[in-house]
Design a protein around this ligand. Structure first.
Ligand code: RIB
Ligand code: CA
Length: 314
């Protein structure tokens, strides 16, 4: 069965790798890209998403979304990870096409209502668009098939602070709204994405099986791998954002743990995904919180092969 998805993204190099993976996957029907600030400002995020759609020769709507967190100051962005252009400074040409006139949140609302109980939202950036969509039309929490999120760190260290992963840290109040809604959530955080490092051999392989899309990922990843390889002997990087997509296609590659999730919003715990597996606590602070599924294990070799095989498809 082909699964309808909306991909909410902040491209970003691992976002680009995930977007192409989704386009290549025969089991996924990408209905649109909704963009958000995060790795880069939202204007760049939207422009980059449009450029990726054009490179892949795919005709779908691309929407611009929120550019500011729900509460607080403008983000400082992650150009030191993704380059000045969000694509590792590879001088990729500007897109020629136009953005959809709707906001990301409005596109999410319209699309979920058009296909009730059929759409999975795959969110791989900060969660402001999803929070705003819930504010515009709270009923969508009962009309979405599931929400698969790349973000958080349940049992491992964060990558912005010791307790917080970047996507959740970047808009903790929005994350709190999204994790409190009554829609099924599957979370793919650093617990699994940091268990699967990718070497230059992998990027080489992607580029061999798919010179256009894999070639783009290989070129863009050089800057990205330099960031991740500081102080290490071997070059490596992480393709976080492809994990929640792989789960839709092959859930058997992941072990999931169910529990109650709270999101930290005070300054010290900002963006913390504080997770209580079922039966682990009597505290009402967690027992009254929504239940979510958190990915805790992944089959490394099988996932890597899935990425390569999917990039190799016509
Ligand atoms: O922490 C990793 C996440 O933050 C990924 O989604 C990456 O693209 C950045 O947005
Ligand atoms: Ca991302």
């Amino acid at each position: 069965m082909v699964e309808k998805i909306i991909l909410d993204t902040d491209p970003g190099i691992d976002d680009a790798m995930a977007i192409f993976f989704a386009f290549q996957a025969k089991q996924l029907d990408v209905l649109g890209l909704t963009t958000v600030y995060g790795n880069v400002p939202v204007e760049m995020s939207a422009k980059n998403a449009l450029a990726l759609v054009e490179l892949a020769n795919v005709n779908i709507p691309v929407c611009k979304g929120v550019g500011m967190p729900w509460v607080g100051e403008e983000s400082t962005y992650a150009h030191f990870v993704h380059g000045d252009d969000g694509f590792g400074n590879i001088n990729h040409p500007a897109p020629k096409g136009e953005l959809d006139s709707r906001s990301s949140a409005q596109f999410i609302v319209d699309t979920v209502k058009k296909y009730p109980n059929e759409v999975t939202i795959v969110a791989v950036g900060p969660l402001g668009n999803l929070a705003l969509a819930l504010r515009l039309a709270p009923e969508i929490q009962h009309l979405v098939k599931s929400v698969n999120i790349m973000g958080g760190a349940a049992f491992t260290l964060g990558n912005v602070t010791p307790v917080a992963e970047a996507n959740i840290w970047n808009d903790a109040h929005a994350a709190e709204i999204v994790f409190s809604a009554e829609w099924p959530i599957n979370m793919f955080g650093l617990d699994v994405t940091y268990k699967v490092p990718f070497s230059p051999t992998f990027m080489q392989e992607l580029s061999k099986v798919n010179p256009v899309l894999g070639g783009f990922v290989k070129r863009a990843s050089e800057f990205y791998a330099d960031f991740y390889s500081q102080g290490k002997e071997q070059k490596e990087c992480f393709f976080h954002d492809a994990f929640p997509l792989a789960y839709i296609m092959h859930p058997e590659l992941f072990e999931m743990t169910t529990g109650h999730m709270r999101i930290g919003t005070d300054e010290l715990h900002r963006g913390q995904t504080s997770f209580a597996p079922i039966g682990s606590t009597m505290s009402p602070y967690w027992l009254n919180a929504q239940k979510v599924n958190v990915a805790t294990k992944v089959k490394h070799a099988d996932l890597t092969q899935l990425f390569i095989d999917t990039y190799a498809l016509d």
